[in-house]
Structure formats: structure tokens, C-alpha cells
Write a protein that binds this ligand. Structure first.
Ligand code: HEC
Length: 209
């Protein structure tokens, strides 16, 4: 410790601010160094910002899709709405996938094979399902991480009553035929309102940062 620093410390000890002030002095001497603590706190604040952006994208996706779905059901029933889901859901997702982001939906039992989860998503879906069964509300089931220059975020999607028309255990046979024609690998039936239907899944590449 340098002489002047010792002197300052001495005065600070007298006025009883030792803990805070000595921390500040220590911080000053390491101002330019990337200590593990500063790196960790920068990462936390970056993650918080990304969480906010991810939540906004999820909100935009959910709002637009719900409007399209409800409108289509009102206009021409579930059979009409299947077409809308089929074309609109991937379109909305791809419009939101800008600036390094990939925005999508996934499910442990997926209808569209493009939505089949990877190992991390499947694992997280299982954890969400356990937490949901244990009583955590679906809107609190979110998770994010930064790993290998990549940010990943997931948010659970519950099953509402209206979803059962196309994802429940007694889908109208004509409707089922239509769904199977579009999705021969469909695994997204047999859900009940106690189940999570799936999750939004977002990725952002951080390689340029
Ligand atoms: C009119 C029929 C219909 C209704 C009602 C419906 N869906 Fe779907 N759902 C579909 C179709 C079709 C797809 C495949 C979309 C695609 O190709 O990306 C799908 C896909 C999904 C997916 C993406 C994962 C997967 O299985 O491919 C989720 C999540 C989902 N639906 C949730 C819901 C929820 C939640 C509701 C109720 C609010 C709902 N759906 C109501 C037809 C429907």
C-alpha cells in the first residue's frame, strides 16, 4: 500500500467509513483490470438487457399470433385456422428473427418437425413441466443463459381451453385429417389444460460483441 493511500485510509478510519472507502480505493487501483467480479457483473447486466429484449419479442410473437388465430377461428372455424397457423406462425417467427436473433417455438410434443427441441430445450421443457405441476404459474417459467458466445432464452406456453380444439385428445376427425395432411409427424395432440403446450425459444449470437 502506498504512503498517501495509507494516510487517506487513516483519515477514513477515523470517520468510520473504512469499509466502503477502502473498497473504493481498491477498486480504483484495479480500474483498468478485468477482474472476475467486473466481468461477471458486466455479463449479468448484459443478460438482463437481453432478457428484456427476449421478453419483448415473445410478447410481439404471442400477440400477433393470437390475433391471427382468434380472427381465423371467428371467420372460418378451426379448419380455416389450421391454415393460418400453418402459414402465419413461421412467418411471424421469421420476421422477428433479425439482428442476430432467432425466434421460434418448440414443444416436447411438436406438430411441426422444425419445432422439435434440441437436447437443451428438451431438458428445460422437462424442468418447466415439473415446476408447472408443482404450482409455479406458467408466466413465471422463463430461463436464460449465456454460453459459448450465445444467449439462449425460453418461456413456457400453457394450454388454454381454445388450444384443445387442435391440440386436445378429441380433435374433430375432419380437422384431424387436415392437420395430418399438413403434418404427417404430428405429435401435438392429447394435451389437457394442466399441461404446458410448449415454449418460446430464442437465441442470439453474441460473437460480434
Ligand atoms: C386451429 C388449430 C390450432 C389451434 C386452435 C391452436 N394451434 Fe397450436 N398449432 C397449430 C398448428 C397448425 C401448428 C403448427 C404451426 C407451424 O407449422 O409452425 C401449431 C403449433 C403450435 C406450437 C409450436 C410447437 C409445435 O407443436 O410445432 C405451439 C407452442 C402451439 N401450437 C401452441 C398453441 C397454443 C398455446 C394454443 C392455444 C392458445 C394453440 N396452439 C392453438 C394449430 C393450432
Amino acid at each position: 500500500m502506498s504512503c498517501s493511500k495509507t494516510k487517506v485510509m487513516h483519515y477514513l478510519l477515523i470517520c468510520g467509513l473504512c469499509t466502503t472507502a477502502s473498497f473504493m480505493l481498491d477498486a480504483k487501483t484495479t480500474e483498468d483490470a478485468q477482474t472476475p467480479a467486473t466481468v461477471a457483473s458486466e455479463q449479468v447486466s448484459m443478460q438482463n438487457q437481453l432478457d428484456m429484449q427476449a421478453n419483448n419479442k415473445v410478447k410481439a410473437f404471442a400477440t400477433e399470433l393470437k390475433q391471427a388465430l382468434v380472427g381465423a377461428i371467428q371467420q372460418g372455424g378451426f379448419e380455416n385456422a389450421v391454415e393460418v397457423c400453418h402459414s402465419k406462425a413461421p412467418e411471424i417467427a421469421s420476421n422477428l428473427s433479425r439482428d442476430g436473433w432467432t425466434v421460434a417455438r418448440t414443444s416436447h410434443r411438436a406438430r411441426n418437425e422444425n419445432n422439435v427441441p434440441d437436447a437443451w430445450e428438451l431438458d428445460r421443457m422437462q424442468t418447466f413441466s415439473e415446476q408447472y405441476k408443482a404450482g409455479t404459474p406458467a408466466n413465471q417459467l422463463t430461463f436464460s443463459k449465456i454460453e459459448d458466445e450465445q444467449y439462449r432464452f425460453m418461456k413456457a406456453i400453457p394450454t388454454d381451453k381454445v388450444c384443445l380444439g387442435c391440440h386436445g385428445s378429441s380433435v374433430n376427425p375432419d380437422l384431424a385429417t387436415k392437420i395430418n395432411a399438413l403434418y404427417p409427424q404430428d405429435a401435438a395432440v392429447g394435451f389437457s389444460i394442466e399441461d404446458l403446450r410448449g415454449a418460446f425459444t430464442l437465441t442470439k449470437s453474441l460473437e460480434d460483441k
